[in-house]
Write a protein that binds this ligand. Structure first.
Ligand SMILES: *Cc1c(COP(=O)(O)O)cnc(C)c1O
Length: 374
């Protein structure tokens, strides 16, 4: 029996924080199903050669495990900066880069440093469901505006909310999760200018940045224009390294310096740093399937539309589709045919991650059968 489905513990006696009482832990169900398209992972694992290189680097790191790792993870920041530099018109140097155990930790550190009691973080729903959790964890007030019908942002609404709430942090993914919607470049500019007037930072979460369609720019390009812009990335999605837990940001060097005040000592283990460095050396191979996944995504969007469904435009490796009067029955029907998708987003919609061509075909078959059965 796993800890997850063990007997319910009696925690009523614990001095649990009030705001945590009755709360369920975050996380998609980890079910053992043939086709898992529910957490936006890259379906392709590393080749045997890359896995062997990682193992060798970890073996080498193991000879030094009596020592703490490089607290400033300098070699990793240099490698990440070089990688980002190639993906943007801006120049990115190591002093502008900061990494942690997943971009989730990076964003939590941002709220630890720049949020807190008496401060506000602002987002726009539907959006990533972890944002309110970082706010809760850091006692930051969490305020949400809303996205328009097509999941884009109305700039007047954005300006009005920033002026009203004066957030110290604005959090927005681009492409957005769960809708797949990328921010227009002028939106990034408007939000950064509005937030700057209120003295706040803008965090553009580009967890899915590498999957963006041709012609969709990265917010990294706008770094030279806005001192208060922070762009986060992760190695979990396009880079196929979700199990390695490495996320990072690019921003003004002062932002990285401030995060050194809140990070735990030696937060990135030497094993993690060694793994990430090897992965970056093999970036070409690990990212090699991104083009295929983008193509599969565009094909799936077209297929779903041809089936008469509503589909949000996607710049990510997942697709939000619907709408169903009872989405839970559709989710269950798909599961019955061996395909796990995510029941998330606005009511009536479901989200499916892009898998291998065979997995995507299995999803299409399962959806066709499920709709017949309903
Ligand atoms: C998956 C995801 C992340 C990445 O999380 P990691 O902690 O880097 O694995 C960040 N933001 C969004 C919106 C995501 O969907």
């Amino acid at each position: 029996m796993s800890a997850q489905d063990g007997p319910a513990t009696d925690g009523d006696w614990l001095p649990l924080r009030e705001e945590l009482r009755g709360v369920e832990p975050y996380g998609a169900p980890q079910l053992d199903v043939p086709v898992r398209l529910n957490t936006n992972e890259n379906p392709y694992g590393p080749s045997a050669a890359v896995a062997a290189d990682v193992a060798e680097a970890v073996r080498a790191a193991a000879t030094d495990l009596n020592r703490y790792p490089d607290r400033e993870h300098v070699a990793l920041r240099e490698a990440l900066a070089a990688y980002l530099d190639a993906d943007t018109t801006a120049e990115v140097g190591a002093a502008q880069v900061w990494a942690a155990n997943g971009s989730n930790e990076v964003m939590l550190q941002l709220l630890m440093a720049f949020g807190g009691p008496g401060r506000t973080a602002l987002g726009f729903t539907p959006t990533y469901s972890m944002y309110p959790e970082y706010a809760r964890g850091t006692s930051t007030a969490w305020v949400t505006g809303h996205r328009t019908e097509d999941f884009t942002l109305d700039l007047d609404h954005v300006r009005a909310l920033v002026a009203e709430h004066r957030p110290s942090v604005v959090l927005m993914p681009s492409p957005n999760n769960p809708t797949g919607t990328a921010l227009a470049p002028e939106t990034v500019d408007v939000v950064c200018e509005a937030a700057a007037q209120a003295g706040g930072l803008v965090v553009i979460d580009e967890a899915y940045g590498e999957f963006r369609r041709d012609g969709t720019p990265s917010a990294l390009d706008r770094l030279p224009a806005h001192r208060n812009l922070v762009v986060t990335r992760t190695m979990s999605k396009a880079f196929a390294l979700a199990g390695g837990r490495v996320g990072y940001l690019a921003a003004d060097p002062a932002v990285c310096d401030a995060l050194r005040l809140v990070r735990l000592p030696y937060h990135l283990s030497s094993v993690t740093q060694a793994t990430a460095l090897v992965a970056l050396r093999h970036a070409e191979e690990l990212l090699g399937r991104v083009a295929e996944l983008r193509g599969e995504r565009d094909d799936l969007v077209a297929w779903l539309r041809a089936e008469g469904l509503d589909v949000a435009d996607s710049d990510a490796n997942f697709v939000l589709f619907g709408t169903f009067a009872d989405r839970h029955r559709v989710w269950e029907g798909l599961l019955g045919h061996g395909v796990l998708v995510r029941e998330t987003g606005p009511s009536g919609w479901l989200r499916v991650s892009i898998g291998t061509p065979a997995e995507n075909a299995a999803f299409r078959d399962a959806l066709t059968l499920t709709r017949k059965e309903l």
